[in-house]
Design a protein around this ligand. Structure first.
Ligand SMILES: Nc1ncnc2c1ncn2[C@@H]1O[C@H](COP(=O)(O)OP(=O)(O)OP(=O)(O)O)[C@@H](O)[C@H]1O
Length: 305
């Protein structure tokens, strides 16, 4: 369990993290989302004691990370996959890390196998591609079989095969009862990987909700098409139901599900030529949530022209 309480981080005039509070629970994958510069990395660095909060606190399993006696066994961290000695082999890098915690060579070889680096275990990490470096960083995070994992953009640099692999790995780790906290820019990726989302923008909490709830909030009503729209509208009318004619006999209906609309139409013999639940993409729902929080906005060439 990770608990962040009223966390604040200021760098001079910049408030990177602004009174942020959330809890990351075990047994599920929690995605940490936000636009560029939202404060995700700063928050993660404070959780693992690499940055000191200006105010507030962050704990892992009830204690500040810095006070853990064997942190590798408590918390697996991937913050900067490039943080290896370039002249050292992948295996030696992990052996050196493991040595500080009494972790044996057999475990090092097992994690190298798990992340798909067994064949290049003796190659210098300086020669690694971005994706290989990322896999090595994940190996380091898993080395101590920690109960809590904190991974900053782990899919960065991975090919589609690697992305699928990490998705399954994270889900498996959560299914074993571990706390899995993973940051990303990509809503689409998190929708496939995470069960719960913590979304921040401009240093603040924007949303803390199950993925399923975001999916539900993206519902845009039902389109029902009939040659007798007036009669259908009269049938569907009721409290909380909003009916907007779209032309050509198509009604947009909110407040009633497609099944109920179909049932009523059938009951009164009204033919339907269309009945479809409308869903905004998760990406759209996410962009709506974070619209006010985007700091670094690009302009499309069309707009700029
Ligand atoms: N060491 C630092 N000194 C000064 N400002 C910093 C420092 N680290 C981060 N910031 C600022 O804090 C804000 C949050 O940055 P942070 O890297 O935490 O965001 P992020 O959500 O991880 O972004 P990204 O997705 O682009 O990695 C930014 O405005 C950034 O410029």
């Amino acid at each position: 369990m990770i608990e962040v309480t009223d966390l604040v981080k200021r760098y001079g005039q910049t408030t990177a993290v602004d009174r942020l509070s959330f809890t990351v629970r075990p047994g599920v994958v929690t995605g940490f989302l936000g636009p560029n510069g939202a404060g995700k990395s700063t928050t993660m660095r404070m959780i693992v004691g690499l940055d000191t909060p200006t105010a507030g606190a962050a704990t892992v399993n009830g204690r500040a990370y810095r006070t853990q006696s064997a942190p590798l066994r408590e918390v697996g961290v991937l913050l900067d996959a490039r943080a290896t000695h370039p002249g050292r082999s992948a295996r030696d890098h992990l052996l050196a890390l493991g040595a500080t915690h009494g972790i044996r060579a057999a475990r090092v070889d097992a994690v190298l196998e798990l992340v798909g680096l067994a064949e290049v275990a003796r190659r210098r990490t300086g020669e690694f591609s971005l994706g290989m470096g990322q896999r090595l960083g994940i190996a380091a995070a898993l080395l101590g079989e920690p109960h809590t994992l904190l991974l900053d953009e782990p899919v960065n640099g991975l090919d589609p095969d690697g992305i699928r692999w990490i998705r399954h790995l994270l889900r498996d780790l959560a299914a074993e009862g571990r706390t899995v906290f993973v940051s990303s820019h990509l809503m689409s990726e998190m929708a496939l990987t995470a069960d719960h989302l913590i979304i921040m923008g401009r240093g603040r909490l924007v949303a803390d909700l199950p993925v399923a709830e975001l999916v539900a909030s993206a519902a845009r009503g039902v389109l029902a098409g009939t040659p007798r729209p007036g009669e259908l509208a009269a049938l569907l009318h009721g409290p909380g139901v909003v009916i907007t004619p779209q032309g050509n006999g198509v009604l947009q209906v909110t407040g009633l599900g497609a099944a109920e609309i179909g049932r009523r139409a059938a009951q009164f013999g009204i033919p339907l030529f269309e009945l479809s639940a409308q869903q905004a993409s998760l990406e759209e729902a996410y962009l709506e949530l974070t619209a006010d929080a985007v700091q670094y906005q690009g302009t499309s060439t069309a707009k700029a022209a």
